[in-house]
Design a protein around this ligand. Structure first.
Ligand SMILES: O=P(O)(O)OC[C@@]1(O)O[C@H](CO)[C@@H](O)[C@@H]1O
Ligand SMILES: [Mn+2]
Length: 464
């Protein structure tokens, strides 16, 4: 059944329906998927074109005169992509890298064929699964860049990510002096004081996720509030807080094995700084012997951290005027030099599959995550991949929504920025909808959700 509306031909496809529920897609015009495809992605693509145009001189300076032709090609490609999305055209296969490098474009093209079989026609931007096509947009952009000769390493989001850090400097300096004080605390913290700090560091990390350039559609972001004073005020916006379960899981380190915590990163900028704080705290209180950070392989969703963003952040801190930042940077470098912290490059996070597919499509990574005591997935996009972007009943347990993906206990630390949310007490979502129809798109509310909490659905403001 075809409905013509807003010049986008919407076809009702049944493949979006899964045995568990309906997956988010642009055909649902009241969904964030529709708003994103119709309004937000075109704005983001326009901003990328503007970046290339504005950055032309710097690009020529860095990559040479010949780079200008490639800038023009990229602008042409992005303009065409923008039009294809706006007019609901089919997704096009990616161009392949000539030497069979470990570039996963072929994997993406195979998946496009699989989706074509499932949907009975080549996927259309508004009709196919939102999770798939939104990731597709960032991946096909990265592929076009990778195929260039001169500007293949150019990151169109670099400046925005660096601004997201420098715009947050006041909050970062406040938080940094707090962290240094706790980590080098002259006071020997009692077990209860340590637990109290533990709960705080998890919350610092949660609210760091509100700083998100994709949500702002590329408009500059920064963390402007006092990170410590604001914490208590925000407690009522935490819809699930399983911190008690996380504390119980981590406070008994395994004496016979190395205690690893994996952090699947989200955004660079202020959020990455709060990840550093949480990770340093875990080491300081001996909840972990090793932290493995997983950045994205390509520039992703504007904000998402690449390895270059990690190195830039540490370098910035090392040269900062603020003594605490310098001290923290030295501690971080020490962790990295001694392999207490490692940076793990894994293509899976920018691949076509959701997390349930990992065991089949990347068994090595699945086995690697199984080594960890805990895997922390940061942010909304990772949450969507964990629950497969299915419009679950809000009271579905987190464990059930993972449908069997659990190489080890999984912790999601996420502010709610899309139409999927599980593990809530009955009535919570409905109550908030009455106050704010768009609460799921704002990033105002947060979840600290672990699979070891089983079916526990913690009331707001309390930890289970
Ligand atoms: O993963 P993050 O950075 O927390 O959020 C990513 C995001 O901003 O992009 C998508 C919409 O464009 C949504 O998943 C979410 O709103
Ligand atoms: Mn992100």
């Amino acid at each position: 059944m075809n409905q013509r509306s807003n010049s986008v031909e919407i076809r009702d496809l049944q493949d979006i329906v899964t045995p568990f529920g309906v997956r988010l897609a642009g055909i649902y015009k009241r969904s964030f998927a529709y708003v994103t495809l119709k309004d937000r992605l075109p704005v983001i693509l326009t901003k990328i074109i503007d970046t290339f145009s504005r950055d032309k001189e710097n690009i020529i300076e860095k990559y040479g005169e010949n780079a200008i032709e490639e800038v023009k090609k990229m602008i042409g490609f992005i303009s065409k992509l923008k039009n294809e999305i706006a007019t609901n055209k089919t997704l096009k296969p990616m161009r392949l890298v000539s030497n069979n490098s470990n570039n996963d474009a072929e994997e993406w093209n195979k998946y496009l064929i699989k989706r074509t079989e499932i949907e009975g026609e080549t996927p259309l931007w508004f009709n196919t699964v939102w999770l798939y096509c939104e990731c597709y947009m960032y991946r096909i952009l990265a592929q076009e860049l990778v195929l260039m000769n001169y500007i293949k390493t150019y990151d169109p989001f670099k400046q925005s990510k660096q601004n997201a850090f420098t715009n947050s400097l006041t909050s970062i300096e406040i938080l940094c002096s707090y962290v240094i004080d706790v980590i080098y605390s002259k006071r020997n913290l009692s077990i209860m004081e340590t637990k109290e700090e533990f709960m705080k560091f998890i919350k610092f990390d949660l609210w760091g996720n509100q700083c998100d350039l994709s949500l702002s559609a590329g408009a500059d972001v920064g963390h402007a509030t006092h990170p410590i004073q604001i914490l208590k005020l925000l407690d009522e916006d935490i819809l699930v807080n399983n911190s008690e379960f996380i504390w119980n899981l981590l406070r008994k380190p395994d004496k016979n094995n190395i205690n690893i915590i994996d952090i699947i990163l989200d955004n660079a900028g202020y959020e990455l700084f709060t990840d550093f704080c949480l990770a340093a705290f875990f080491i300081a209180i001996k909840f972990a012997d090793k932290i493995r950070f997983y950045p994205k392989l390509y520039p992703w969703y504007i904000s998402d951290a690449t390895i270059n963003d990690i190195h830039w952040t540490i370098e910035y801190m090392k040269n900062a005027s603020n003594e605490c930042l310098r001290k923290f940077a030295n501690l971080i470098e020490d962790y990295l030099n001694n392999n207490i912290w490692t940076i793990e490059i894994e293509p899976y996070w920018t691949g076509p599959y959701d997390l349930l597919g990992m065991k089949e499509h990347d068994p090595k990574l699945h086995a690697k995550l199984s080594e960890a005591k805990l895997v922390i997935f940061k942010g909304d996009l990772n949450y969507r991949k964990l629950v497969d972007d299915i419009n679950w009943e809000y009271t579905t347990t987190f464990k059930k929504a993972l449908r069997g993906f659990e190489p080890t206990p999984i912790l999601a630390i996420r502010t709610v920025k899309s139409d999927v949310c599980v593990g809530l007490l009955p009535g919570v979502a409905e109550k908030i909808f009455k106050e704010d129809e768009y609460w799921m798109w704002s990033g105002k509310y947060g979840l600290i959700q672990i699979t070891t909490a089983g079916s526990c659905q913690c009331p707001i403001n309390e930890t289970c």
